[in-house]
Design a protein around this ligand. Structure first.
Ligand code: M6R
Length: 362
């Protein structure tokens, strides 16, 4: 049932072009610059919206961090992201004109359900972005968008992250159009980028051999640092989570500008740095930070927009030009890197120690 793959995780990484096609199918109206997600809000609700507050855990939280930037940019609405287990018991008030969006692959994560219950009790409107029809979360919110990624068996979330971000990007366009915050021409350009996503991911998958070699060469690092800016930050955080989760190596992700405010003290020739250097991720500024790490001897691997070159990188992974979803495509390189580092070490990739696919305790 693994379809010839040795692990579900690798199968699911390779399924991404198809799962993304399913996520997008029938939902994009590129010529009109609009999206049909089959969701509805009370009249005037979106126009009056003050804040979108995303609540989620783990990889879904990082998808939320990516989406929050898109909501701010495309929908002109303040968007905040909170770890569900913090929101649940937090003291912050939930104002009326807030949409609380729970992002959860399984729809069963106890912390996320707890956050939804707190939001409902405070009188907020709630919404779920999930992969699972009939899951608990769908019964407790006012509306749901399904990410349609298909079943994910590997404990490490891969294809569902991509489909979560794609779904949330569509939601950001829909909200932006409804509020009159996003011009049709700008919407069209984002929708074209989304349309290009499955093909771009396929191009990355075709470069797997390059990633396998990089994993072999750099996989014995003492620790791994993942950096990016803007949309590259959630991808750096997700890249680090994936690597630590399945390889058990120490990996940390952070905003590239923070390197010099502390983490640089940890950088040595034994700590590879992986950087997101694409559109949407302030590549030039990020590269300055990467250079600071290289000066301390760290090897540097970068995911770089096609057409750009940074001669000093030790490894350049090429990312096709798809605008605001380039960092999401770069993430596929980081998934493959984590997979091959873990596989070379003989780890239990689909069922890493101490972890479960669905975390139903708080
Ligand atoms: O089902 P959910 O999206 O609510 O799960 C949230 C996290 O438990 C999950 O993303 C976890 O971090 C993954 N194992 C990461 O690969």
């Amino acid at each position: 049932e693994k379809g010839g793959y040795e692990h579900y995780m690798r199968k699911e990484i390779h399924e991404q072009p198809e799962s993304l096609r399913q996520t997008l199918a029938g939902r994009l109206d590129v010529s009109a610059g609009d999206v049909d997600l089959d969701v509805s809000f009370p009249p005037g609700f979106l126009a009056d919206l003050e804040e979108i507050r995303i609540v989620a855990c783990g990889t879904s939280y990082y998808a939320g961090r990516y989406a929050a930037q898109l909501f701010e940019e495309l929908a002109g609405v303040r968007a905040t992201v909170e770890i569900a287990s913090e929101y649940e018991f937090g003291a912050g008030r939930t104002p009326d004109r807030t949409l609380v969006v729970a992002v959860t692959q399984s729809g069963e994560t106890a912390d996320t359900l707890g956050a939804v219950r707190r939001a409902n009790a405070a009188g907020a409107r709630t919404f779920a972005v999930t992969n699972t029809l009939g899951s608990t979360v769908t019964r407790e919110v006012d509306g749901t968008a399904f990410i349609r990624a298909g079943p994910e068996i590997g404990v490490a979330a891969t294809k569902t992250f991509a489909s979560q971000v794609a779904t949330l990007a569509m939601l950001a366009v829909a909200v932006g159009r409804d509020r009159g915050a996003l011009a049709a021409a700008d919407a069209r350009s984002v929708l074209k980028d989304l349309q290009g996503l499955p093909g771009a991911v396929q191009q990355v998958l075709d470069e797997e051999e390059q990633v396998r070699e990089a994993a072999r060469e750099y996989g014995d690092g003492e620790a791994f640092f993942f950096v990016g800016r803007a949309l590259g930050v959630p991808v750096a955080l997700e890249g680090a989570l994936k690597l630590k989760e399945i390889s058990y190596d120490h990996a940390e992700g952070f905003a590239a500008g923070e390197l010099k405010h502390g983490p640089l003290a940890l950088v040595t020739p034994d700590t590879p740095v992986l950087a997101v250097l694409t559109d949407g991720a302030r590549a030039a500024e990020t590269m300055n930070n990467v250079t600071e790490a290289q000066t301390r001897g760290a090897p540097a691997l970068g995911c770089v927009s096609a057409g750009d070159t940074y001669d000093t990188l030790d490894v350049s992974f090429e990312v096709p030009n798809v605008g605001v979803v380039e960092p999401l495509v770069a993430n596929v390189y980081l998934q493959l890197f984590a997979y091959h580092v873990a596989n070379d070490k003989g780890r239990a990739i689909d069922k890493p120690r101490n972890l479960a696919k669905s975390v139903t305790v708080e």
